[in-house]
Design a protein around this ligand. Structure first.
Ligand code: GDP
Ligand code: MG
Length: 237
């Protein structure tokens, strides 16, 4: 298929690239943790390459995606960041936890409470059948803040006991931009090398579930049946 262009000339280019597009693997990564730990900022940093100039409390779900190349393969990472507010969360939890390929747990390095909540987030994942066999990682965010109150050693012990790698980073500090990038790219490599192809029916099913449940995806709003239509949308905060 990759030689079709060369054999038949440019006329088949559209067809060939459309076929190639169809087989792009899509990985759904959920980002969980207390409100205000910086989940939205981390996903924004990775998908938009910068710290958002302003953030609003997530209502429902923040959804962002970014296409990347891993080796010779183009894949798409979908990052889902849920709201902390109970009344929004309850209605969308089943949708949020469906067909997840990886989980990113986030706490705020300046807020011990957000670290102490991690077992609750782990439990919620387990209740939705996201167990240790899917890739998980732990991010301590806001390492740029001087008032650090969750010691690295404590966080590392917790991460080790749950077989997760720990990364302490900052969505805000531009000098850590490459670090945030590396965290998600490392995860993408792991997913590409270990996960089967997700069918495009998944995305359509998700879209129809979204219509059924009546909640909208905040951020990259999705209104079309074809997920490729969203590639050009700006990510909103
Ligand atoms: N200092 C600092 N502030 C951050 C960082 N990431 C996010 N914030 C701030 O933390 C607040 C909550 O961020 P947000 O991404 O909305 O948190 P979420 O509720 O977990 O999605 C906002 O005021 C952000 O500006 C960071 O790395 N460092
Ligand atoms: Mg948020």
């Amino acid at each position: 298929m990759s030689n079709l262009n060369e054999i038949n000339g440019n006329n088949v280019g559209t067809f060939a690239s459309a076929s190639a597009k169809k087989s792009k693997r899509i990985f759904k990564i959920i980002v969980v943790g207390d409100s205000n730990v910086g989940k939205t900022c981390l996903t924004y940093r990775f998908c938009e390459g910068k710290f958002p100039s302003r953030t609003e409390a997530t209502i429902g779900v923040d959804f962002r995606e970014r296409s990347i190349k891993i080796g010779s393969e183009d894949v798409k990472l979908q990052l889902w960041d849920t709201a902390g507010q109970e009344r929004f969360r309850r209605s969308m939890l089943p949708h949020y936890y469906r067909n997840v390929h990886a989980v990113v747990f986030v706490y705020d390095m300046t807020k011990p409470n957000s670290f102490n909540s991690l077992p609750i987030w782990l439990q919620e994942c387990e209740e939705h059948y996201l167990t240790g066999d899917i890739p998980r990682l732990l991010i301590g965010n806001k390492c740029d803040e001087p008032a650090q109150s969750v010691p690295t050693q404590t966080a590392q012990r917790f991460a080790d006991s749950h077989s997760m790698p720990l990364f302490e980073t900052s969505a805000k500090d531009d000098s850590k931009a490459n670090h945030v990038e590396s965290i998600f790219l490392t995860l993408a490599h792991k997913l590409v090398n270990s996960r089967p192809m997700m069918s495009r029916n998944y995305s359509k099913a998700e879209d129809s579930a979204s219509r059924d449940t009546g909640f909208s995806l905040h951020g990259n709003q999705r209104n079309s049946d074809d997920p490729e239509d969203y590639d050009e949308d700006p990510c909103l905060c």
